[in-house]
Design a protein around this ligand. Structure first.
Ligand code: ITT
Length: 201
């Protein structure tokens, strides 16, 4: 089953590709680039589910009616910031969507927050839209805490600042293989895979 990925984020695409390849299900992620690129979407709904729905619809409009589209809306929810940047994670430092600037802003905003109050969780909503407007939603979370300074070179976005529970290294130090075992995206994908397995029966 082909899942057309409604995302312009190459890192998400790579993670979802490896999650799909690692499983025993015949799920194939096809990047939006293969069908002419991801259309511009105004991510203005204020919720992960709402934004994922808009992305899926936007790509769906370019595809045959029987195509399955997968959208990922995700973000980092910081306890000390009442859940911010959350659904605004991609645009935390401005509308340009600059990952390095977003990270630098979070480092600065969190500078004086003590260790005990540095909890955060990544959230990922995967939304699958199929023929006849069938829609399925899968959510995954990964709890952890924020370091004071970014560490590590793997991953993307806020990975260098985020240490998942049970670890001492950041996502960007742990690398893709470990991240893909425990991340918010991996957990949402596991729910999707469970759904796909059920459909196969
Ligand atoms: P698309 O909308 O095209 O899929 P995007 O990067 O704009 O790409 P989102 O609107 O869902 O995607 O924003 C997600 C942001 O949250 C992303 O830009 C990162 O800043 C952050 N984020 C999400 N998952 C992450 C992860 O696994 N590691 C680090 N940062 C992540």
């Amino acid at each position: 089953m082909k899942l057309y990925l409604a995302s312009g984020n190459a890192h998400k695409a790579a993670e979802l590709q490896s999650l799909a390849t690692a499983g025993d299900l015949a799920l194939e992620i096809v990047s939006a680039r293969a069908v002419g690129g991801m259309p511009e979407v105004d991510e203005d709904t204020g919720t992960f589910v709402g934004n994922a729905g808009k992305k899926a619809l936007a790509l769906r409009a370019k595809l045959p009616a029987d195509a399955w589209v997968l959208a990922d809306d995700s973000g980092l929810c910081v306890d000390a910031l009442d859940g911010a940047p959350g659904v605004e994670s991609a645009f935390y430092a401005g509308s340009g969507g600059d990952g390095a600037a977003n990270l630098a802003k979070l480092v600065a905003v969190m500078r004086d927050v003590p260790h005990a109050a540095r909890g955060a969780q990544f959230v990922c909503v995967l939304l699958l839209r199929g023929p006849e407007d069938a829609e399925f939603i899968f959510e995954g979370k990964c709890a952890g805490r924020l370091e004071r300074e970014p560490r590590g070179g793997a991953g993307f976005g806020y990975d260098p600042l985020f240490v998942p529970d049970g670890h001492v290294l950041s996502f960007a130090e742990l690398g893709d293989a470990v991240k893909n075992g425990i991340s918010h995206r991996a957990r949402a994908w596991a729910h999707l895979a469970e759904w796909a397995r059920g459909r196969r029966k």
